[in-house]
Design a protein around this ligand. Structure first.
Ligand SMILES: Nc1ncnc2c1ncn2[C@@H]1O[C@H](COP(=O)(O)OP(=O)(O)O)[C@@H](O)[C@H]1O
Ligand SMILES: [Mg+2]
Length: 296
C-alpha cells in the first residue's frame, strides 16, 4: 500500500508534469466514467438510464460503451448498431460515423461484440480515437463512459482523465471489497480524483447508506482518501424485466422507484457542480492525452 507521504509526493510530481501539457481543445462536456470492481453490479443499466435522465432534463448526452468487444448498451436499448467503437479504433473511421441514435435523443457509441479477448491497441490508434473524441466534447453537455468490469490498461486513462468517477457497488460484501480494490488501484496512481459511489440493488435507503459507509470507512482507514455518496438505487425486478424486454426502465416505467432514484442520482452527480464556479483545471482531453502517452 502507498503511504500517505509517498502518495503526496507522487501526486505533486504528477501535477507538475500535467501543468506542462499544452492546451489543445476547448472544454465543454462534463465527463463521467462509471466503474465497478465486480462485474454484473448494474453499471450498464445505471449508465444508460442516467444518460436518459439527463436527456430528459434537456441535456445533450453522449454515452460511450467502453466495454470494448463485450458491450451491451445496444442490447439494453434493443438495437444493433452496425457501426461500433471498434470501427473507430481499428479502421480509423471518424467518431461521428459510429454515432448511433438511442431513445429520447440519446447519442451513443456501441462497444461492439465478438472481439478477441486478447485485443490490444497501440498508442497511435488510441491517439486517433482521442482526437476524434476531442471534437465530440464540444458538441455535448455530458459524455458518459460505461466501463468493463475491473480496471484494464486500456480503460485506466479514461477513468483517470474523467471529471468524475462513479463507482457502482451492491450491498454484497464481495462487491464492496472489489469496489475497494478498484479505488485502491486508482488512488495508487497518485492522481487527484473525484470519486462518487452509487449503491445499486439496495433493500432500502438504510441498506444503501450502510453499504456506502462500509466502503468509505475502509477507503478512509487504509488509503486515507475520501469517496462521496451519490445515491442508492433499489433492488427492483423491473430492472431485469426491462433488460429482457430490451427497453430501458426509464422509458418502460418512468415513475417507478428505480427510475426516480436514477433521476435523483443525476441531480446529485451533476446539478450541484453546475452551480459551482468553473475551476481553472485541465481538460479531459489534456489529461487523457498525458495518461495515454505515458502507458507502456
Ligand atoms: N437495481 C436492480 N434491481 C434488480 N436487478 C438489477 C438491478 N441492477 C441490475 N440488476 C440485474 O443485474 C444484471 C446486470 O446488470 P448490468 O447493468 O448489465 O451490470 P454490469 O454492467 O455492471 O455488468 C441486470 O441484467 C439485472 O438483471
Ligand atoms: Mg456492463
Amino acid at each position: 500500500m502507498t503511504r500517505p507521504d509517498q502518495a503526496e509526493t507522487l501526486r505533486k510530481k504528477m501535477e507538475s508534469r500535467l501543468r506542462n501539457v499544452p492546451v489543445l481543445y476547448p472544454r465543454k462536456a462534463k465527463t463521467l466514467a462509471v466503474i465497478s470492481g465486480k462485474g454484473g453490479v448494474g453499471k450498464s443499466n445505471i449508465t444508460l438510464n442516467l444518460a436518459l435522465a439527463l436527456q430528459e432534463k434537456g441535456k445533450k448526452v453522449l454515452l460511450i460503451d467502453l466495454d470494448i468487444g463485450m458491450g451491451n448498451i445496444d442490447v439494453l436499448i434493443g438495437t444493433s448498431s452496425s457501426r461500433t467503437i471498434i470501427d473507430v479504433l481499428t479502421d480509423r473511421k471518424p467518431l461521428t460515423h459510429s454515432l448511433s441514435a438511442g431513445p429520447m435523443g440519446l447519442r451513443y457509441i456501441s462497444g461492439g461484440t465478438g472481439l478477441d479477448a486478447m485485443f490490444e491497441l497501440d498508442q497511435e490508434r488510441w491517439s486517433f480515437f482521442m482526437n476524434e473524441l476531442a471534437g465530440s466534447l464540444t458538441e455535448f453537455d455530458y459524455v458518459l463512459f460505461d466501463m468493463g468490469a475491473g480496471l484494464s490498461k486500456d480503460a485506466l486513462p479514461f477513468i483517470l482523465a474523467a471529471d468524475d468517477i462513479l463507482i457502482v457497488t451492491t450491498p454484497e460484501p464481495t462487491a464492496i471489497m472489489d469496489a475497494y480494490s478498484a479505488v485502491k488501484h486508482l488512488v495508487q496512481t497518485g492522481n487527484k480524483l473525484s470519486m462518487k459511489v452509487a449503491v445499486n440493488r439496495s433493500r432500502d435507503q438504510k441498506d444503501g447508506l450502510y453499504t456506502f459507509s462500509r466502503l468509505s470507512h475502509t477507503v478512509k482507514t487504509f488509503l486515507d482518501e475520501a469517496v462521496q455518496f451519490a445515491g442508492t438505487i433499489p433492488d427492483d425486478p423491473l430492472v431485469s424485466k426491462a433488460v429482457i424486454e430490451q427497453m430501458p426502465f426509464m422509458i418502460k416505467s418512468p415513475q417507478s422507484r428505480v427510475s426516480r432514484s436514477v433521476r435523483l442520482l443525476a441531480d446529485v452527480l451533476f446539478q450541484i457542480e453546475e452551480n459551482q464556479p468553473a475551476e481553472e483545471k485541465q481538460t479531459f482531453i489534456e489529461k487523457l492525452s498525458s495518461f495515454l502517452m505515458r502507458r507502456t
